[in-house]
Design a binder for this molecule. Sequence first.
Ligand code: SF4
Ligand code: SF4
Length: 319
Amino acid sequence: MKISTYRRTTQLLFILLIIIAPFLDILRIDSDTRSLIVFGKEWSIGLEEGFYLNQSFENASHVAWRFFLKAVLPWITVLSIFPILGALTGRFFCGWFCPEGTLFELFDFLTMKIFGRRSLFTKKPNDPGAPAEKRLPYIILALFCMITIPLLMGVVLTGYFVNPRTVWSQVLNWEFTFGVKAGIIGVSIYIFISAMIVRHTLCKYVCGAGLMQMLFGWASPVSIRIKTDPVKLAACTDCKSCEKVCFMNVKPRLFRKDINCVNCGECITACNKELGKDRGIFSFAQSRSCALPVKEAVKKQDDTVVNIKRDECYEKTCR
Ligand code: SF4
Ligand code: SF4
């Protein structure tokens, strides 16, 4: 199976999880009781029962411990998820799971089919080429997605703050309370603007989760990254497919590590398609360097010297 098939599967499953999580009480805020629901249980620190009803010193230390376990520790755990992910997998989450990234890729695809470029506004050197011959079906699909997806996300995300059954019943009866209406409209506008105008610029410069993965992935000696094999690079046909598939505008042939790479693996697939199965020059690697060591690099498997201009290539390595 192709990498992109695995990737689309993980992306869709994660979106499904985001949609059903508040319904199944996996995670949501209950606006009626003003409490956090986690896996079906009310997440209470228990200050009222534990402290206000019994103000002895012994009980105060018990409450402090409880506060640490139920408030401080979970918060530290939540905050450390993305640094840990980044240190081990680079920006893998962005490329394989993030629902916003998936949405941006969908609109990239539709914009490419309609205009022959990824952005609505500017053409980039790595834009894949001409629009589709029959653009009408893509225009209809794009209009449908532009209207329904932001509204659907508005309804789904509002369900994290108001009981999702209440939200859906208001939608079905077309009778809204102010809070639900404001939630749906606010989220829909945000999703519409980010998907239409901002797209991957948000991933590069705004998203906090992306930033943490980027920094920790860059610093980590073991994070997953795309590795370029300089030996196989001799077979490169300069077709530029690896650059054209890269929605993060990374140039994967450069040996220096680009912190914007989300480890989607599309360049691996593109190069294997051009050079033949398993002959592509890119692979996933878990190491600090993004190219083979110099001594290995200047020797081909058959021991003939590869014509790589050392100064041009290796000054760009990340080692
Ligand atoms: S360089 Fe390759 S793996 Fe990284 S974002 Fe671009 S296409 Fe994806
Ligand atoms: S896809 Fe492979 S062959 Fe084509 S330009 Fe990129 S590295 Fe070279």
